[in-house]
Design a protein around this ligand. Structure first.
Ligand code: ATP
Ligand code: MG
Length: 407
């Protein structure tokens, strides 16, 4: 048997990037030989094994054939006769379809190295269209390597467009999609992921609520970029520039969905978009099956981001309600994520990226003033149950009034 390094490890080494996980392909072996050498099988259907010591993935060279819709609709054929070239041709992109032996000799039948140099993400063969997940993967790689100058080949974008229009994207499970989406949002330029999905028509299928924001105007005085879709991309871009966590990036993507519902007659204003947007945020959250912390933060940021922007003008009682809505006493971190999401929203405006956002520290101060109210003295005064809750609220309101006066 012969063993080759494949996929991301080869690609990233040639790009001069650090290699974290290594995928291997094994040519000329049977499953029985692998088991005899102590490799552990991964799944029942896949000819994939884990190395007994390193835990890295070793896949038997295989060919595959489309036999139905979605990801389940594949039949694999792995046998010792399958060649390296046959295995590589079923891969998504040319830059992912190179293999390397232990002497670093490159096998590159589909010119991945040429495309690496030309900074092009290009599909390997027409079989690309057999797995709709590849639309998301290509958009994710575009987000990851945009900084190096990579773009999607026009013929690949065309295939992605056909896939998006075919209805195949709907056959993707939420789990597979979320895995790609969440990884893409954590890349250096997550806005490129959304842009590429939009360019090929996939955004309309996967997140029509986000797609609908493009072409919707906002008042130029507050939003020099005008277009709500462009604004959303910029907010996402800022969230990555400021190294925000996934929860914040997800909230950034969804914060303005309500603006897509504003009737044209009311443009460019979007009165109460924080409220109209909630059902859309909920719909995307549930369709994509985002994890609970992402779902929660997106809803809270959607509902309260304009409160964040107006923080300095809010009455003490409104500040208190805001803090209560976030349960800031038990979940201080979540309120901090809200604050930075608001800041990313403010910075995601053309020409205003560097403007300071005093609301952030002001909200932090308000949170610590309210959190500074001690329960013990109230207990000592004999308050309990609902009365204790009321007394706490009164004290917190007092603290917030004092905070406002001194701020
Ligand atoms: P990463 O750095 O994200 O791990 P990678 O290219 O190594 O990038 P993996 O998901 O680890 O990506 O997959 C390893 C290789 O398997 C890819 O480089 C590609 O050749 C192939 N591959 C993975 N998923 C698909 C797919 N859905 N369709 C076609 N080829 C795929
Ligand atoms: Mg990999």
């Amino acid at each position: 048997m012969q063993i080759f390094k494949v996929g991301g490890a080869v690609r990233d080494r040639l790009l001069g990037l650090p290699v974290t996980d290594i995928d291997w392909v094994v040519v000329g072996a049977t499953a029985e030989e692998m088991l005899a050498k102590g490799y552990r099988p991964v799944g029942a259907d896949f000819p994939v094994f884990l190395h007994p010591q390193t835990g890295e993935e070793y896949a038997l060279a295989r060919t595959e054939r489309k036999s139905g819709r979605g990801y389940g609709g594949f039949t694999f054929h792995a046998s010792p006769e399958v060649t390296l070239e046959e295995d590589l041709i079923r891969r998504d992109l040319t830059i992912n379809a190179m293999a390397e032996d232990d002497q670093q000799n490159l096998t590159d039948p589909y010119h991945g190295q040429r495309d690496l140099e030309a900074r092009i993400l290009r599909h390997v063969s027409p079989a690309f269209a057999e797995d709709p997940l590849r639309v998301l993967r290509v958009a994710r790689f575009a987000a990851r390597y945009a900084g190096l100058g990579f773009t999607v080949a026009s013929e690949t974008l065309e295939l992605m467009r056909q896939l998006s229009e075919s209805g195949e994207l709907e056959a993707l499970t939420a789990e597979r999609s979320w895995k790609e989406i969440s990884r893409a949002l954590m890349e250096d330029q997550p806005q490129v992921f959304i842009q590429v999905l939009r360019d090929c028509g996939a955004l309309k299928v996967l997140m029509p609520e986000v797609d609908a924001l493009f072409g919707v105007p906002q008042p130029e005085a507050h939003h020099p970029e005008i277009d709500t879709g462009l604004h959303t991309l910029s907010v996402l871009e800022q969230s990555a520039l400021h190294k925000q966590p996934l929860t914040v990036r997800w909230a950034c993507l969804l914060h303005d969905l309500g603006k897509g519902l504003t009737p044209e007659e009311a443009w460019p204003r979007h009165i109460a978009h924080e409220h109209t947007g909630l059902k859309l945020i909920k719909a995307v959250n549930e369709r994509i099956k985002a994890p609970k912390d992402c779902q929660e933060l997106a809803l809270l940021v959607g509902q309260y981001h304009t409160h964040g922007h107006r923080a300095l003008e809010l009455k003490a009682s409104t500040l208190l309600e805001l803090l209560q809505s976030f349960d800031v006493y038990r979940r201080p971190q979540r309120f901090e994520e809200f604050i930075v999401a608001c800041e990313m929203d403010a910075r995601g405006r053309k020409g205003l990226e560097q403007r300071s956002y005093p609301q952030a520290d002001y909200l932090r101060g308000a949170a610590s003033a309210a959190r500074g109210v001690a329960v013990q003295p109230l207990l000592e005064k004999g308050f309990k149950g609902p009365e204790l809750g009321e007394a706490l609220k009164r004290e917190r309101l007092k603290a917030l009034k004092a905070y406002k006066e001194n701020a």
